[in-house]
Design a binder for this molecule. Sequence first.
Ligand code: PLP
Length: 464
Amino acid sequence: MHKIDMDLIEMTMDVMKYTIDRISSTQHKIGKPKKAKELKALVGDTITPKGVGGEYAFKMWKKHLAKANVPIDHPRHLAFVPASPTRAAIMFDLITSASSIHGAYWMEGAGGIFCENEAMEWIVSLTGLPKGAFGVFTSGGTAANLSAIVTAREYWRSLNEQNKVEKGLVITSVGAHSSIKAMAKVADVDILLVDTEDVMYGTALQETINNLTAHQRRRLFAIVATGGTTNAGIIDDLDGIASVCDTENLWFHVDAAYGGGALVADSVRPLFKGVERADSITIDPHKWMFSPYDCGAVIYKEPELAKQAHSQQGSYLDIFKDDGAHGFNPTDYQIQLTRRVRGLPLWFSLATHGTDRYKEAVERGLELAQIAGAIIENMPHVELVRAPSLSCVLYRRIGWKPEDYTHWTYENHKKGFALVTPTKWKTGETFETVSRFCFINPDTTEGDVKAILNSMKPISKYSD
Ligand SMILES: *Cc1c(COP(=O)(O)O)cnc(C)c1O
């Protein structure tokens, strides 16, 4: 065999071995960031006219660069919204890469898109949306929210001539995710916030609408409710908000990027009542459906409206609309053209494990939040800020100032012990710095939670 081919095979084996080790490891370390300058000093120039060679580059990756990452699936990574992709999903993420599938059009990606759609049907079934509702996988919740906002605005503009020249307005709450505000900017839409980080009720929304000026009211086209706030796991009054949207003739979008996974859990499903009345929903499988990054999803009650907003035209694209290519074209329903079949890993994982396992794994995250809440209530040095909601737990270390939380976070991170970051919670008029757990990984144990809370204990003068 030619020398080059031998090298290639050896390299492939090395990469596969590394991947197998990583997938099967339960002890992967919490890495730490380094400054770009420090990393550069460690690895030197890697992009050169002749190349440094795969072996060397891989060595640098293992020795220095991999260690500068925090694995999001570590059982004591409870910051932000962690993730915990299944091994089956990770394996098929490799296959997705190796298969070079263009996931925009059925003509090229029918097999992959078929699998994505099987997984999507299950997700749609969890929402309770009426027949005909369907969705598409996106790069994440941000892209899903943007796709939904643009669809809603396009529909509103199609209603009359006046709307075509007005700048649109969206109402959401203070508790909404930052991407709603950011994507409103991208779509050049104004945003108005109902002043609550707690549950946004239909009544408060109605009051806000009643207080709009006549011009603002004409510009209002959509409401964004949150199905599990990122900070605290709070679910808005979806049913009440749906009724307001009905009466006021507004598009109802539910951002359940984080919380959407909990639709599968019987213990909390009733809290989402009203989600089945949404016009569009965002759910991130890369958050609580155990998919690798990146995998979001946007679902529409009437997918045809999304198609009117997002279908791209171009003479070079006409071929995809020909007879032989008939089928579902994911590009038509969101902002991206060329796309990875990013729902494929989820499909394989669901097919492998069955949906019951997903139910159990999500219920475990919810249970961990309750367990953590009970432990906190029994420890004198910490207390709950509010009852755990979904898998989020906000708690305070009695007597700590904001800098104590920051210091503690860095210490635990530096030791490679845990990553738990502070957040802020508004009590009355003041923002208090508190600590926060978000549970996703079903392998996190009660012992992990206790050990993290114990690391907040005052250090006794007499202990060593
Ligand atoms: C995480 C999150 C988003 C953003 O999703 P990305 O996948 O990070 O783009 C949007 N909304 C909510 C409620 C989220 O929790």
